[in-house]
Design a protein around this ligand. Structure first.
Ligand code: MG
Length: 172
């Protein structure tokens, strides 16, 4: 059984993961209409990952005797200055999610919930990976010289992003 405090905090995290999923979906759509198919594919994959994170929390809460409940989601940002800003905001958001996971870990320590601490380890590692991958892309963006709207120079990087893997809906 998880405590009420853990149940509430983990429920809030379902919302955070779903919110991240929607933020990336909005970014994918922006990339799509602004001529960045590779970046769009990248964010579509991120969307799927975040949804998977939300489902993991949902399942865990219910398995441990709680009740996973969905909350309303905020309106995601629809417009961005350029492609660089999209990745900057993504990194910022990942750092925010890392903070959320750290807070959950701290709460699990306070509640002496060792099982939840152990379970959260997967998310701690996942956040290191997410931040690293966003950082790597931003480093590459810094290396290519961008023009005003950030279009030039991104072409090769966009192709690289597309090659990271197939989109779920590309398979048949
Ligand atoms: Mg996540």
């Amino acid at each position: 059984m998880i405590s009420k405090k853990i149940e509430e905090a983990f429920n809030k995290q379902i919302m955070e993961e779903e919110n991240a999923s929607r933020i990336y979906l909005s970014m994918a759509s922006w990339c799509d209409v602004n001529g960045y198919p590779g970046a769009a594919a990248f964010f579509h994959r991120q969307t799927q990952e975040e949804r998977f994170h939300a489902l993991k929390f949902l399942q865990y809460i219910n398995e441990r005797g709680g009740h996973a409940k969905l909350e309303s989601l905020p309106q995601p940002t629809l417009e961005f200055k350029n492609i660089k800003e999209v990745f900057e905001l993504s990194l910022e958001h990942e750092k925010y999610v890392t903070k959320c996971i750290n807070n959950l870990y701290e709460l699990a320590i306070e509640e002496k919930d060792y099982a939840s601490q152990n379970w959260l380890n997967w998310f701690l590692e996942e956040q290191v990976e997410e931040e690293t991958s966003m950082n790597d892309i931003l480093d590459k963006i810094e290396l290519v010289r961008m023009d005003e709207d950030g279009k030039r120079g991104f072409f090769m990087l966009d192709r690289e992003l597309k090659e990271l893997g197939d989109l779920p809906f590309d398979e048949d």
